[in-house]
Design a protein around this ligand. Structure first.
Ligand SMILES: [Zn+2]
Length: 444
């Protein structure tokens, strides 16, 4: 009986494009393994140091050994799915003195694995972790630097998400990437963002994972469900004209990265309601950096996913005991079950986006001095319908929505434009939705 009800419900939802849940997403959550993440974090921490300037020749110690192992892991995953991943290095040569953390010439090497989309091979959603690690002195490239949480956790999560998602086919491409040079000045991200631009990749966005394994904060708070999603308010690449337009039409908290953050937030609330995603309305932690930033700098959407409660005695520290405090980013402080959950958050967000049609390029809004707001958008190839979202101007989340079918304009009768923010998402025949697009044009 229940089964019949469910399938009828599914059919109904598919026909009318209503929000629905998809069993495959629950399967993806269940497939993510804390044991495999533990194994990979242990392996990465075991390379002694993964400092960007460390040894590249040894097979057991240093960044060279680490990146070769990561590449081999991606290749192993690919072999198990009849070569479903394109695995490669992406290299960037940086000269000594480029900044004060580059004390010798260095090759910054990222490791890429692409699960090619069947319908939109040139559209990419990215998940990243970092390969490199550091101790107290950012230029010390020889001391032991396990970087178990920062950021073997993010790297292991990226490998595990690749493993789990390699069982599925997607319409958009998913790029799993280990970035290097993070601690020396976000070099890996800079290099890959420039590479993406040069190659003409359409980047949907990047989910950058940096420290996804610590549950016990320096403040004593312990939580294995809280996590943070950082996103900048508006792109740094906006024009002066766009900045001026915001004063009149809004959008101060509605840039492309913020919409991606809302997407991950909503996907988590829908499929993993036991988790507590916290959207943080800023680029990154106060005055600190992460590898989503170079993508933002290049005009791409990008967010940082990370633990909610950090422990600074276990970040960027020489391994030592001082005044009874055990310093160092060591394996024993990583909670693998928590890293599993945040990896699942990534995996279901990647899958949902990769199964969705492209968002409409343009969304126009009108309705000045009228009783009803009007929206008009460009057709999205592959969409079978569209959903209008709106919310109170003080709300962080898209709280209201209406599926309007396969049309390219719609009037929201009786909904006054002044009192809400609006956006439009494209919906596919499978029910998956694009990221919401905030209006980028005005109708008169
Ligand atoms: Zn760090």
């Amino acid at each position: 009986m229940i089964r019949t009800f469910l399938s009828l419900n599914l059919l109904f939802c598919t026909m009318y494009g209503f929000a629905q849940t998809d069993q495959r997403i629950y399967d993806i959550i269940d497939a993510v393994s804390a044991e495999r993440i533990e194994k990979d974090v242990s392996k990465l921490a075991g390379f002694g140091t993964r400092h960007t300037l460390s040894d590249t020749v040894s097979d057991t110690r240093g960044i060279g050994a680490a990146r070769r192992w990561i590449k081999a892991e991606f290749e192993k995953i690919s072999q198990a799915c009849s070569s479903c991943l394109d695995v490669s290095y992406q290299k960037n040569s940086i000269k000594k003195g480029d900044n004060d953390r580059i004390v010798k010439d260095v090759e910054i090497v990222n490791v890429l694995a692409v699960k090619r989309g069947s319908k939109y091979p040139n559209r990419y959603i990215l998940m990243s972790g970092d390969i490199d690690s550091r101790v107290s002195d950012p230029n010390n490239f020889t001391s032991d630097s396990p970087g178990a949480n920062d950021n073997a956790s993010g790297m292991a999560g990226t490998l595990e998400a690749a493993r789990v998602l390699s069982d599925y086919d997607f319409e958009n491409s998913i790029l799993f990437v280990g970035l290097s040079g993070e601690e020396q000045g976000l070099y890996g991200g800079k290099g890959l963002a420039a590479h993406a631009k040069k190659e003409g990749w359409e980047i949907i966005g990047i989910l950058n994972n940096d420290m996804i394994g610590n549950i016990k904060g320096v403040d004593g708070i312990v939580s294995n469900t809280d996590f943070r999603i950082f996103s900048e308010p508006v792109p740094p690449t906006e024009t002066e004209e766009e900045r001026k337009a915001r004063r009149f039409y809004g959008g101060e908290v509605d840039g492309i990265s913020r919409q991606l953050a809302r997407y991950v937030h909503k996907t988590t609330e829908t499929y993993m309601p036991q988790m507590n995603p916290i959207m943080i309305y800023r680029l990154d932690r106060f005055g600190r950096g992460g590898h989503h930033r170079p993508f933002n700098d290049a005009g791409f959407a990008g967010i940082r996913i990370m633990e909610a409660h950090e422990n600074y005695t276990q970040q960027h520290q020489d391994i030592r005991t001082e005044n009874g405090i055990d310093y160092g980013d060591k394996l024993e402080y990583v909670n693998f079950e928590y890293a599993r959950k945040l990896t699942a958050v990534n995996a279901i967000s990647l899958a949902s986006i990769a199964w969705a049609p492209p968002a409409p390029d343009t969304v126009k809004i009108g309705g000045i001095v009228e009783a009803s707001a009007k929206l008009q958008w460009s057709k999205s190839q592959g969409a079978t319908g569209y959903k209008i979202y709106w919310r109170d101007t003080t709300s962080p989340t898209w709280d209201h929505s209406r599926y309007v079918g396969d049309v390219t304009e719609f009037t929201m009768e009786g909904v006054v434009i002044d009192n809400f923010f609006f956006g439009v998402a494209a919906v596919g025949s499978n029910g998956f939705e694009s990221v919401v697009v905030f209006p980028n044009g005005i109708m008169r």
